[in-house]
Write a protein that binds this ligand. Structure first.
Ligand code: ADP
Ligand code: MG
Ligand code: ZN
Length: 614
């Protein structure tokens, strides 16, 4: 552990220093004479002269070379000379009384030479390579970057996820389905004795942020068994075959630890439909998927390995993954309903100090369509706002403000808006609110503001439904479109022109009108014909037309007619209520933010018969 913290470059330098030191030591021990030797080359005649003068002490002959040293103790040289092919050499040497010998080629120890010649360099190279690799791993992130074929599945035990079903609010059906799995892991015998086998895999499907990952963690926390968690993207590797190896490794580990849970998050990354066209095929992904299919077939469900997976794109999954014996159980994790939203808010507010005026039910009603993650975010945003304003508890106002933050972006305090623009925005917002209020079947206005947001919205009209209805009638949808066109209608009515501020309204209105015609069977012209298919139900729902070109043109015409009618309706509502529109707009201009009650108070004056007469 300590080692890993070291700078890899530093340890590489240390390594070199140590290697050099070892080499130096070896040099002085193994080859001492060479290190101290100084040689001097001389002629053969010089050798003969020195020999005659008695200056030669000892002679060695090595092939054609004669080496000798001097009798002079202070002469450090070893003299070398070419061996003259001298037949009398032996006689001369004997005469001079010098020791002489012929050098037998020195036979080194075979082990030593092997050590020096082969093993040592290999070891050195290997060492350097190892260090290099380690420093590379550091740069590539994580010690596993180069550990081929090892899965990085993390093992969680109950204490580590720390989540239980109590942390998951709402989603009762999903919890019910998962509880069965937990029960099986606790007591497999009960199921075995009846002859029931647990499904091998369960697939959690639902939009992002609805708590799929959270649910899987809660299962692990409740079941008290090892929990292997890996994300689909972790299988996608640089090299072909690595992902498959990881899958193999993961299942091997899981079977050793059974009973246990294997959780594959975002399984769509590897579980996409395999293409029949080989050209665009991704070999690596396909191999990984095939391996996963094989492994799921291969292991025994009775052993107690349960595989959970999560995805928000179930329609892209390969059919083979969904067939019986694999992920044969589908657990929908849908966006929370009114009650679900309220309980999610409560769960996340547990650790937050709350003021006395908190009304979670109102917040839940104002956030239809929000996911669990967004609701958690709303609570946190409200707490942050309370801190920013130097308060010690979160108030209802904080919560309402943070709903707008999540849904429409931050309040832009510093931006200066020209008075004329502010006036237009005020009329625009009151236009929405008035049209909504004057129609039946539309959600009451909760709050209107013309404090601009950083998201670009210059104003905002917040409607809060009384309760949550699952079904929307044709009239309700049409009224909603009329409400959306109310802003632009007010601009036209009062200023005789229109501004760019209505772009978002237009987009929403068009979307609604289009779905009325193409998917909800609500147009007189086409009736109950599906003219569009939705491809990504959980991710915004991209649609594609499924009809002929001629029909597509007619669809466009139908949408145009619908929105035109709604626009007309909104315009005439505003025209009939012109005095109310003026008063409300001026009131809003002055106060910048008004509540639904204030709005209704003013509106009521115009509703009474007395006002009509006067
Ligand atoms: P998903 O995996 O479906 O995209 P997550 O499980 O990652 O969503 O959820 C993100 C966060 O949102 C969770 O950590 C949790 O704080 C919050 N959350 C989502 N759904 C719920 C829920 N039903 N109850 C409580 N908290 C939730
Ligand atoms: Mg997730
Ligand atoms: Zn608008």
């Amino acid at each position: 552990m300590v080692e890993q913290k070291k700078n890899p470059r530093k340890s590489l330098i240390w390594y070199c220093v140590i290697v050099l030191a070892v080499m130096a030591v070896l040099n002085t021990i193994l080859l001492p004479q060479f290190s101290r030797m100084k040689t001097k080359e001389v002629d053969y005649s010089t050798f003969l002269t020195m020999l005659e003068n008695g200056e030669v002490k000892q002679v060695e002959k090595d092939g054609d070379v004669i080496a000798f040293n001097s009798t002079n103790e202070n002469d450090p040289f070893i003299y070398v000379t070419g061996a003259w092919d001298d037949p009398d050499l032996v006689d001369r040497l004997t005469q001079a009384g010098v020791q002489f010998t012929k050098v037998v080629p020195r036979e080194e120890s075979p082990w030593l030479s092997l050590l020096i010649g082969l093993v040592l360099p290999t070891a050195l190279l290997w060492g350097a390579g190892y260090l290099l690799m380690r420093s590379m791993q550091k740069k590539m992130g994580g010690p596993n970057a180069m550990s081929f074929g090892k899965s990085n599945a993390k093992i969680y035990v109950a204490a580590q996820t720390g989540k239980t079903f109590a942390d998951v609010a709402g989603e009762d059906e999903a919890k019910e389905a998962l509880k069965e799995i937990v029960d099986f892991l606790h007591d497999p015998k009960k199921y075995e004795s009846i002859g029931a086998t647990m499904p091998k895999g369960a697939l959690l499907v639902g939009p992002p942020g609805t708590g799929k990952t959270l649910l899987a963690k809660a299962v692990a926390g409740e079941a008290n068994v090892p929990f292997f968690s890996i994300s689909g993207s972790e299988f996608v590797e640089m090299f072909v075959g690595m992902g498959a190896a990881k899958v193999r490794d993961l299942f091997k580990q899981a079977q050793e630890k059974a009973p246990c849970i294997v959780f594959i998050d975002e399984i769509d990354t590897i579980g996409k439909k395999r293409d029949s066209a080989g050209l665009t095929g991704n070999d690596e992904r396909e191999q990984t998927l095939n391996q996963l299919l094989t492994e799921m077939d291969g292991f025994d469900g009775k052993k107690g390995v349960v595989i959970l997976a999560a995805t928000n794109r179930p329609e892209t999954l390969d059919k083979a993954l969904l067939r019986p014996g694999r992920f044969d159980r589908r657990i929908p994790v849908e966006l929370p309903d009114l009650q679900g939203r309220e309980s999610i808010l409560r769960v996340h507010a547990q650790d937050v100090k709350l003021g006395p005026d908190i009304d979670f039910s109102a917040i839940a009603r104002a956030t239809a369509g929000a996911s669990g993650a967004e609701l958690a975010n709303i609570i946190n945003e409200a707490a942050l706002r309370a801190v920013r304003l130097g308060r010690f508890a979160v108030t209802q106002e904080d919560l309402e403000e943070s709903v707008e933050v999540i849904l429409a972006g931050y309040q832009r305090k510093s931006a200066v808006i020209a008075p004329k623009e502010k006036q237009i925005v005020a009329y625009h917002e009151i236009g929405h609110a008035l049209v909504a209020a004057k129609q039946t079947d539309s959600a009451p206005v909760h709050k209107i503001t013309i404090v601009p947001r950083t998201s670009g919205a210059l104003g905002y009209t917040m409607q809060v439904a009384e309760d949550e209805s699952v079904l929307m009638s044709r009239e309700e949808i049409f009224n909603k479109i009329a409400t959306l066109t109310g802003g632009r209608s007010a601009e036209e009515l009062i200023f005789g022109t229109c501004t760019s501020g209505a772009s978002n309204d237009i987009e929403q209105a068009t979307k609604l009108a289009r779905s009325m015609v193409t998917r909800l069977g609500m147009s007189e012209k086409f009736g109950m014909i599906a003219l569009e298919t939705q491809s990504n139900k959980y991710l915004g729902g991209d649609t594609s037309l499924a009809c002929s070109e001629g029909t597509a043109r007619q669809v466009d015409e139908e949408v145009i007619t619908l929105i035109g009618k709604a626009h007309e309706k909104a315009f005439s509502i505003l025209k009939e209520n012109l005095p109310a529109l003026h008063e409300l707009a001026h009131y809003l201009l002055e106060k910048e933010t008004i509540t639904g009650e204030e709005f209704m108070e003013i509106l009521k004056k115009y509703d009474s018969p007395a006002a009509l007469e006067g």
